[in-house]
Design a protein around this ligand. Structure first.
Ligand SMILES: *Cc1c(COP(=O)(O)O)cnc(C)c1O
Length: 499
């Protein structure tokens, strides 16, 4: 399997090279040149497998230059880091509504489903391609990718990782999780800007040939741990297929019944992985894109107009505070029937004017599986409260946005298919806002809120969150958003001096 760029101007590369590069040289994103088909036989084979085995099987259909044996070792190691037997827990909540809990990994967010595995895929890629030097991993985070990437890559040989996060745009717990990360090769830097600023800075660095050359002089080759890297997406396809097997296939076997997924969405990576599962042949009816008050995607799916010329709103679901959803580019590539030139044209409009348009009727014709809803702050809080009252399930604000989208969808459509809401983070990552939603009042600080939330709900506190209280804060740097390039070179210079 080869990987091509969504902008059509870079040569096709192997899977390992796509993962090492992170982003294509023309600024586009790597996509598989075709979608491997998932047959009924495949589904039946997968049915009896563990989650790690399912992951190796599905990922091997894309990463054809990795050995199957290696993939089995990687997935087994990665998914043993999750509490319980599965990285994706399915729970029936009420008639035909399921929650898929993806946050029982090391950092309490669904990002672990991919970022526990990516270090193995990257180290494997270095071996397969006989890569020189070291890999420098640049990360922009809206809160959860940062910690998951830091945990995944800390002390991994041959890698150095730098994470940029919005200094005032993540929850206290998210910030503490990042700032307390140990490891010889990790760097965590706040910027006085939002996630889009961080992501744009990282993408610009990737496009900057001089910067790349300067890194190479010092023996560093760039890669990304953001969902622009195909190595982040491919593990996410797995849990859609696994959910289907657990819910529908069950005892009666695969019968082709279609199901829906509701996905709380920011950078469009998670829901895109669901779309890829559908392209492989998984019987999915609707993919419901749930946004918070930053409703740029909801508007796009309704009007065909993607317009970032609007205020950036800070919400209680900060990991979805995003106006430039990078992975939408991969969907546009499919919409444009894989025409790189057309896709590049839309992306350059986005760069220059901050907006682009597609013909909405044509778009809906070609991609009828998508629906989209947005939820404001009040409704998010109300959903946390009412869902807890009704079902006893404590959900975090991101998941609440998805639950709310589900109920909005039910009102707008009569759809009898089973539906899975993707639950993306532990409520204890956002204790103040969740406590306030339930009781009308926050705690004195984040840890006080954790304590009160626990006594109010009885929901167990994840050990790594409780442990944060006494861990030393190691990374406190905050820089101007225009100074990221200098910061990167300063880190590399210090590394070289020490070596
Ligand atoms: C990252 C994140 C999202 C959004 O996922 P995308 O792949 O960026 O769309 C939703 N919820 C949580 C908790 C997250 O960390």
């Amino acid at each position: 399997m080869k990987f091509v760029s969504t902008r059509g101007k870079s040569p096709a590369v192997s899977a390992s090279q796509a993962i090492l590069n992170g982003i294509a040289p023309d600024g586009g994103l790597y996509v598989p040149e075709e979608f491997p088909a998932l047959s009924k036989d495949d589904l039946e084979t997968l049915q009896t497998m563990t989650y790690a085995e399912r992951a190796a099987y599905i990922i091997s259909l894309y990463l054809t230059d990795y050995s199957y044996k290696d993939l089995e070792v990687y997935t087994k190691k990665a998914y043993s880091l999750f509490d319980g037997e599965d990285a994706a827990h399915i729970k029936l909540i009420e008639d035909d509504l399921y929650l898929m809990n993806l946050w029982h990994g090391p950092t309490q967010a669904f990002k672990d489903a991919a970022l526990t595995l990516l270090p193995f895929l990257l180290t494997g890629a270095r071996k397969i391609t006989d890569a020189p030097g070291k890999t420098l991993i640049l990360v922009a985070t809206s809160g959860d990718t940062g910690k998951a990437a830091l945990e995944g890559f800390k002390n991994v040989d041959g890698t150095e990782i730098i994470v940029f996060y919005p200094a005032d745009g993540v929850s206290d717990m998210q910030k503490l999780q990042m700032q307390t990360t140990t490891g010889d090769n990790v760097h965590v830097i706040g910027i006085n800007g939002n996630f889009d600023d961080a992501q744009t800075a990282v993408k610009l660095f990737f496009k900057d040939a001089d910067a790349a050359a300067k890194c190479a002089e010092q023996g560093y080759y760039l890669s990304s741990a953001n969902s622009i890297n195909f190595g982040r997406l491919v593990p996410q396809i797995v849990y859609y297929i696994s959910a289907y097997l657990d819910i529908v296939a069950g005892d009666e076997g695969v019968d082709g019944e279609e199901i829906n997924f509701v996905v709380p969405t920011g950078n469009f990576g998670n829901v895109l992985a669901g779309y890829y599962a559908k392209k492989m042949g998984l019987p999915i009816n609707k993919l419901i894109v749930a946004s918070n008050s930053n409703s740029v995607l909801t508007d796009f799916f309704a009007l065909g107009r993607y317009d970032t010329n609007r205020p950036f709103i800070k919400t209680i679901s900060p990991s979805m505070d995003i106006l430039i959803s990078s992975n939408l580019e991969r969907l546009l590539f499919e919409y444009n029937e894989r025409n790189g030139g057309k896709t590049a044209d839309l992306m350059s409009r986005l760069d220059v004017q901050g907006l682009y348009n597609v013909d909405i009727d044509d778009f809906i014709d070609k991609l009828p599986e998508f629906a989209a809803f947005s939820t404001d702050e009040d409704e998010t809080k109300q959903t946390i409260e009412s869902f807890f009252d009704m079902t006893g399930e404590l959900i975090d604000p991101h998941t609440a946005v998805a639950v709310s989208a589900f109920y909005n969808y039910c009102e707008s459509a009569s759809d009898k298919n089973k539906t899975v809401v993707v639950s993306t983070a532990s409520p204890y990552k956002f204790p103040q806002d969740v406590l306030t939603a339930l009781t009308g009042k926050g705690g004195k600080d984040a840890f006080d809120a954790v304590k009160k939330l626990h006594s109010y709900t009885d929901e167990p506190v994840p050990k790594p969150i409780a442990a944060l209280k006494t861990l030393p804060v190691l990374h406190t740097a905050v820089i101007d958003k225009t100074k990221t390039k200098e910061a990167i070179f300063e880190i590399l210079a210090n590394r070289s001096n020490r070596a």
